[in-house]
Ligand binder design. Structure first.
Ligand SMILES: [Cu+2]
Length: 425
């Protein structure tokens, strides 16, 4: 948190240095989404058609409100991201019309989600991710920049890493298009890295994963030097894998990102009330999967919250309800972005096979398979795991939950918190 007086001092010092277009960040709102690149050149002689493999996204960083799962539906103030439609899509004006910046401000302010919108791309994709800082509407005293940090991901350039000490941060009213060349399949996560303890406790956290090249191995010329280009035995078009395993052992039928985490309502209330923030006193009391406590985790709908200006916003779009048919293989992409705690998660009556940790296939240096079966897994902030469950033959409802039993709570209410349902039907 920076206070206004520091901002004014900074502004006075900086003003003589600023000239129009002199900054890497023009104070405007836009997206960048090329139709062809060096890595994905034009294949159809139509320069207006976007080549497959070029993906574009637009996120607004700002604030908003979410609803917790206790009976009173505690409203928590958060900072986070919201996904915006690209110009000319999803009801958004075209950039040429001149209406896009105003649309982004109107739709992006107070629209923050918990978790932040899921980012999922395929290996070899190029992603152009435009991030606009729309400001924190309920905190006009703050002028915090924001970033996107892909935790654990090998970046094309440090400039796009989002660590403010080593890369660009995005000021209010500005946009930066991050460029990612998606190499190395796996389950990652992303968060804002500016004043990380604060912005992460406040909710700037999201699911992120890269699907492996092996999913479409049948379309690639076999080259043993290119992981995932040679199809594993028994491969059929449409099969999906967690990694370029070469042997089909990470094949799954359905996948679910599950980000565990927790919020300290006192910290969020202090932020909303423009009060000093209790950093060392952070004690999380809402325990979450994908931004919700049980039973909301198993509610397969988008949760909405009315923002302080009276507009209903999609506040928690990602549920954690796991459904599968008997015998199906379920991949859970589990990550933890809690600022405060390690969490142990697991199942009851179902075994999980851990095939990946921290976005790496679980193999030793000689390539030996190091997968293991378990029904509990402990991960700290910034860690991830890929686990495969095989749905039992008998239909029924199972639980996926934290084994830290005091965390099965929504603040003062028991039988909630970090838990969801696995429904086999
Ligand atoms: Cu931030």
């Amino acid at each position: 948190m920076k206070v206004l007086t520091r901002g004014l001092i900074a502004a006075v010092f900086c003003m003589p240095l600023m000239a129009p277009d002199a900054s890497a960040q023009n104070s405007n709102i836009y997206t960048q989404c090329p139709t062809e690149t060096v890595l994905h050149p034009d294949t159809d002689a139509d320069p207006t058609t976007r080549e497959a493999g070029i993906k574009c996204d637009h996120l607004a960083a700002g604030d908003g409100m979410v609803t917790m799962a206790d009976d009173a539906g505690k409203q928590l103030y958060i900072f986070s991201f919201a996904r915006l439609p690209l110009p000319g899509t999803g009801g958004a004006p075209t950039e040429a019309s001149g209406g896009y910046p105003g649309y982004v401000m109107a739709e992006g302010m107070l629209a923050a989600n918990a978790p932040a919108p899921t980012i999922a791309v395929d290996e070899d994709d190029e992603l152009f991710l435009s991030l606009t800082n729309v400001g924190m509407a309920m905190r006009p005293d703050l002028f915090d920049p924001h970033t996107v940090h892909w935790h654990g991901f090998p970046n094309a350039s440090a400039v796009f890493d989002g660590v403010p000490d080593a890369s660009i941060s995005i000021n209010m009213g500005a946009t930066l298009t991050y460029y990612y060349n998606a190499k190395d399949a796996g389950t990652y996560m992303y968060h804002c890295h500016v004043e990380a303890a604060e912005h992460m406790q406040m909710g700037m956290l999201g699911n992120l994963y890269v699907r492996p090249r092996q999913n479409h191995c049948e379309t690639i010329t076999d080259d043993p030097a290119i992981p995932g280009s040679v199809c594993p035995a028994g491969h059929t078009a449409g099969y999906t894998y967690a990694y370029n395993d070469g042997d089909g052992t990470t094949r799954y039928d359905i996948d679910y990102p599950i980000q565990v985490g927790s919020f300290d309502p006192d910290f969020h209330d202090a932020s909303f009330g423009v009060q000093p923030l209790p950093f060392a006193g952070m004690r999380d009391r809402y325990f979450l999967m994908n931004g919700r406590g049980y039973p909301d985790t198993a509610d397969g709908t988008i949760l909405s919250t009315v923002d302080p200006l009276g507009k209903t916003q999609f506040s928690q779009p990602v549920d954690s309800l796991i459904t599968a048919a008997p015998g199906q293989k379920i991949l859970l992409r589990i990550s933890n972005l809690s600022v405060t705690s390690f969490y142990t998660v697991g199942t009851n009556g179902l075994s999980m096979e851990v095939v990946g940790l921290d976005a790496r296939l679980l193999r030793d240096d000689a390539g030996n398979n190091m997968y293991y079966m378990t029904n509990s897994l402990t991960i700290g902030g910034g860690q991830s795991a890929d686990v495969i469950l095989t749905a039992p033959a008998t239909p029924g409802t199972y639980f996926f939950y934290t084994k830290n039993l005091d965390k099965l709570a929504n603040d003062a209410e028991n039988f909630g918190g970090m838990m969801t349902e696995i429904r086999i039907n």
